[in-house]
Design a protein around this ligand. Sequence first.
Ligand code: 5GP
Ligand code: ZN
Length: 114
Amino acid sequence: MNMSDPGCIFCKIVSRDITTEFVAETSNTLAFRDIAPLADVHLLVIPKQHHRDVLELAKNAPSILGELMNTAANLANTYTNGSFKLQFNTGAEAGQTVCHAHAHVLADNVKDAS
Ligand code: 5GP
Ligand code: ZN
């Protein structure tokens, strides 16, 4: 299986060919802010391996999907007050524009740091 796609924008983020500030990194996942945020908190969590969408990730690397969910939960705890959306757009008709599996963490609240 090909674990990286040279034409994929998120693979270029994984390889650091595109510079992005990361908000989390684990062995198999990365997280960063969406370049065009649709909410006060809008983070993306991706596997480092290239899988087309969350269904392919679930089929080919379920343990990495579990790790991705754990990363998303940690970010939700850090960046939101506990109310958030976790969204996997899957397929063009559902609005998927980047064909590298990713979860959106969306919240219209930012955790009160006080
Ligand atoms: P999708 O629509 O495929 O579910 O989500 C892809 C998301 O990736 C979009 O919300 C888009 O704004 C974001 N995105 C696309 N290219 C880049 C990029 O180069 N850097 C970052 N940080 N986000 C990106
Ligand atoms: Zn990719």
